[in-house]
Design a protein. Sequence first.
Length: 110
Amino acid sequence: MRRLLVIIESPYAANKQRSIAEHVVYAQQCLRDSLDRGEAPFASHLLYPGALDDAILNDRLLGIHAGYEWGARADLIAFYTDYGWSGGMLLAQEHYEKIRRPIEFRRIEI
């Protein structure tokens, strides 16, 4: 059986409530949730910061647009919202709505 290709969108940048490290742990839990659903998830915000510097605008945009290329080919975009919405998530929602990708909003109740 073919697994759905799912893009994981969750907060990454630190905010007043949580650090990047806490957001990374949450994103890993989101990946696990997606895998447990029988999906094949991808979270660019866990991969690209290892090669790019999110504090450098050109690097950030490079990572965002590389992620969007994966999203254009995905079966579903899953927004995990237990930790709220980041600016990047809002941009991603706008982008994926514009290109008419299927979107789902999820919570894992952590």
